[in-house]
Design a protein around this ligand. Structure first.
Ligand code: AMP
Ligand code: GLY
Length: 419
């Protein structure tokens, strides 16, 4: 079958790589893809922020299956458009994607359905914020409502800081566009886990769990990034906790969305904080995580097409997925300066020297005059699996010794919490 993947980051490269191993797949197209994906699939240009352009590409290519990677095309409604035309597409509709695109919607939804999460208030003005803050301790989290590419959450040590953050959100200073509403939230503590559930509108099954490293600096210091590395192990979450999360979060989400007339199909990415009072939902994403997906694809032994098809055809409860036991990890090599300003166009060297079961997933690269050059903040994600995390990391860090580009930075402590 011909498959089209929408997106052009490390997550999409990992999905394309997994599709390439499926006997059901005869042709892979990726829009827009990147320099590395171009070596595994045919890449076609697309403006991911334009629904019209996305639709143009899908209708021109006529794939038998379309997989939407990032949140932006989901929020624009590409899934709705393709479903209306009877095309097979993996991902949620715009209405179902609101679990990610509106924090206020997600919080109200969780409250309606008794899903464990931090106490919160939705505010539409500074007066609201001032009043509602009185109900919270000094340390509080302020969240802009819409898609914010990781920049919409402000951790505040005091109510003064919270007022400052609220002003920045309502004025547009924080995100460039003025926010209409924001969410105040209780500040929780504990380790974070990314829990992935495959949903078909009616039911859900767990995929493997992963842990992301969001900060740029070693020891979890410095500003937030899209994710500087991730790992997935059997030990990350025990079977009893997985069952608890399915019963208290994933299944209530699927039942609740269906009851409200917006069935959720696709991947539900549940950002959990493991607090002393039990797991609590930090946020939902309605897509695969990046770079968590790189580790999940590395561990998945089953045909990835079966996973996508089950979600589209309402058969996830019949699906039996096989995962490699042990661990997988992904270490991101980023451009110097990221997540702030950085320069593109540096030649990436040493890619051919990477072997030993290490896969180099490309995130921000382009092909220029036959060479791979940097073209983004996160450039590569070196990924490997092994019997344990230590083994996987050892292979990855050895492979990184071969890779070179000007200004390259990576964290040397990925997986440190688990080791
Ligand atoms: P989010 O986009 O909602 O996942 O927030 C980004 C990051 O902010 C999370 O991964 C957490 O590290 C942190 N965060 C968000 N909400 C809270 C909260 N209520 N308490 C503590 N940390 C939070
Ligand atoms: N790694 C976090 C995300 O994909 O949002």
């Amino acid at each position: 079958m011909k498959v089209l993947v929408i997106g052009g980051g490390g997550r999409e490269d990992a999905i394309v790589w997994a599709l390439g191993r499926s006997p059901q797949v005869s042709e892979i197209v990726c829009a827009p893809g990147n320099g590395g994906i171009a070596q595994r699939a045919r890449c076609v240009a697309v403006d991911q922020s334009s629904l019209k352009d996305l639709l143009r590409v899908v209708l021109a290519e006529q794939p038998e299956l379309t997989i939407v990677g990032p949140e932006l095309p989901l929020s624009l409604g590409i899934v709705d458009e393709l479903q209306q035309r009877g095309l097979r597409v993996f991902g949620p509709t715009t209405a179902a994607a609101m679990l990610e695109t509106s924090k206020a919607f997600a919080k109200d939804f969780m409250q309606r359905h008794g899903i464990p999460t931090a106490r919160y208030a939705v505010c539409r003005s500074l007066d609201d914020v001032k009043r509602e803050l009185q109900k919270f301790p000094q340390a509080v989290v302020v969240k802009a409502d819409g898609l914010a590419a990781g920049k919409g959450v402000v951790m505040c040590a005091s109510h003064d800081e919270a007022m400052h953050a609220a002003r920045a959100i309502f004025s547009g200073e924080l995100l460039g566009t003025a926010g209409v509403q924001l969410v105040l939230e209780e500040w929780m503590v504990g380790p974070e886990i990314s829990f992935f559930a495959l949903c078909d509108g009616v039911s859900a099954i767990p995929l493997a769990c992963a842990q992301d490293h969001k900060r740029i600096g070693e020891g979890d210091t410095g500003p937030n990034t899209g994710g500087m590395g991730a790992y997935s192990t059997d030990e990350l979450m025990d079977a009893a906790t997985r069952t608890w999360v399915m019963e208290h979060v994933a299944l209530p989400v699927v039942r609740g969305m269906r009851a409200e007339g917006n069935p959720f199909a696709g991947v539900l990415f549940i950002g959990l904080m493991m607090t002393p009072d039990g797991p609590r939902v930090l946020e939902f994403n309605t897509r695969f995580g990046d770079p968590e997906t790189q580790t999940l694809m590395m561990r998945l032994e089953s045909d990835v097409v079966d996973l996508f098809s089950a979600a589209i055809d309402g058969r996830v409860s019949e699906l039996k997925l096989q995962w490699k036991r042990g661990a997988a990890a992904c270490v991101v090599a980023a451009s110097g300066g990221y997540p702030g300003k950085f320069t593109n166009g540096f030649v990436v060297r040493g890619l051919d020297a990477v072997r030993n079961g290490v896969e180099v997933f490309h995130a921000g690269t382009a092909l220029k005059d036959g060479a791979i050059v940097t073209a983004g903040g996160r450039v590569l994600g070196l990924t490997a699996a092994d019997v344990d995390l230590k083994g996987a990391l050892k292979k990855i860090y050895a492979a990184l010794q071969h890779i070179e580009f000007e200004g390259m930075v990576y964290r040397r402590d990925i997986g440190h919490r688990a080791l």
